[in-house]
Write a protein that binds this ligand. Structure first.
Ligand SMILES: *Cc1c(COP(=O)(O)O)cnc(C)c1O
Length: 382
């Protein structure tokens, strides 16, 4: 699904040199390399504080702790997402409230969020799924109206731009911000296959609020603001210097990587737009797309069967294909205690029809031709 090897060969000399510096310095945790990356990411995102941590799941957990969410508090999430988003909510004794998503963009919608708000609701976690921003103008307006926190799960959309409507309009362009810097907190993951991935685990929190930043930094560091003085129960979650070096080298190329993903997506779109059994991914109107995944939907009535056959057909040709995500969150045994409301129709339909094709920064015309040709050949036999 990704080609990290070719990407590495292009930046090998810089990475190898910087890695050697880490080994020579023997400063492995924190230190100048981590600080340099933190500063470059703050600058790139245009955000006041980046707080590096060990992974994206930790980032979500720590931000919820920093916001002071307490057992019994409800947190609204999409039912169609990666498990980490809701897992940390359950882990902290909070209640995940799962809502349906938009059938085209597959993102959470403001209307579904609003319908799920109760007197116990404390926060919303919009996930910028597959690489484009959820409808943040409406979500921030809802949050303001109901006095809720917003934590953006930006693990799949780093580098995407969201443009607010101009003040007092719904169409003119207002301010543009990077996803992950709009809510009270943004969270991201540097898992190797993410758009900005390291060579191990890593993550970060983003915020423009000084007090929240200080709190999150403290919680990530055993609840201490001064060595060996612990103000509250925290966790141990840090980014190491080797990962910071990789990330700093790759951050310089992130826009280039995301542009290459867009070129591949445009090629896929042109091609698959002609196949009647397929629906190409819809674009959010106010967001750019960084195509963490290129995710198609199968239109046929027996989509699950068609998808299984397509997957087997592609696999025989050594073309990978993944299903993100096959099961709604509420149908996972782990989330059964939080669910009693039947089925969410859009989430059900998506779980039964989506499939994702290879998508990364190194897609060549010949690879794209091979993949699209195989998919076309499959549907021609139907
Ligand atoms: C990858 C991912 C995470 C978790 O990140 P890790 O670094 O693997 O813990 C959270 N949310 C979403 C939407 C993700 O894609």
């Amino acid at each position: 699904m990704v080609d990290l090897k070719t990407q590495y060969t292009r930046i090998k000399s810089e990475i190898d040199r910087e890695m050697q510096e880490v080994f020579d310095s023997c400063i492995f945790i924190g230190g100048p390399k981590v600080n340099a990356f933190r500063e470059s990411l703050e600058q790139y995102l245009g955000v006041k504080h980046v707080i590096p941590c060990a992974n994206g799941t930790d980032a979500l957990q720590i931000t919820m702790m920093a916001l002071g969410l307490k057992p019994g508090d409800e947190v609204i999430v999409p039912a169609f997402t990666y498990v980490a988003t809701a897992e940390v909510i359950g882990l902290l004794g909070l209640t995940p409230v799962m809502t349906d998503v938009d059938p085209g963009t597959m993102n959470i919608t403001a209307a579904n969020i609003e319908a799920a708000i109760t007197p116990r609701t404390k926060a919303i976690v919009p996930v910028h799924l597959f690489g484009q921003s959820a409808d943040m103008a409406s979500i921030m307006a809802l949050a303001k109206k109901h006095n809720l926190f917003v934590i953006e799960d930006n693990a799949q959309a780093i580098g995407a731009d969201y443009t607010f409507p101009a003040a007092g309009t719904t169409s003119g362009d207002g301010e543009t911000k990077k996803t992950g810097t709009i809510g009270h907190f943004g969270c991201t993951s540097f898992f190797p296959s993410k758009n900005l991935g390291c060579y191990g685990d890593g993550g970060a929190m983003m915020t423009n609020d000084d007090a929240l930043a200080a709190k999150a930094r403290m919680i990530a560091n055993h609840g201490q603001s001064k060595m060996y003085y612990h103000d509250e129960i925290g966790v141990n979650s840090r980014l190491d210097a080797m990962q910071a070096v990789i990330l700093n080298a790759k951050l310089k190329h992130l826009d280039e990587y995301n542009a290459a993903r867009n070129r591949a997506a445009d090629y896929y779109d042109r091609f698959f737009g002609q196949i009647p059994q397929l629906q190409i991914p819809a674009r959010e109107t106010n967001s750019t797309h960084v195509f963490h995944q290129y995710t198609l939907q199968i239109n046929t009535p027996d989509s699950v069967k068609t998808r299984d056959e397509l997957k087997a057909f592609l696999l025989e040709k050594s073309i990978p294909c993944m299903i993100y995500y096959p099961v709604p969150l509420y149908d996972q045994p782990a989330f059964a205690p939080f669910w009693k409301d039947g089925k969410l129709p859009v989430t059900e339909a998506l779980c039964a029809s989506v499939f994702s094709l290879p998508m990364h920064s190194e897609m060549t015309e010949s690879v794209l031709a091979e993949i699209t040709g195989a998919v076309k050949a499959f549907f021609e036999t139907r």
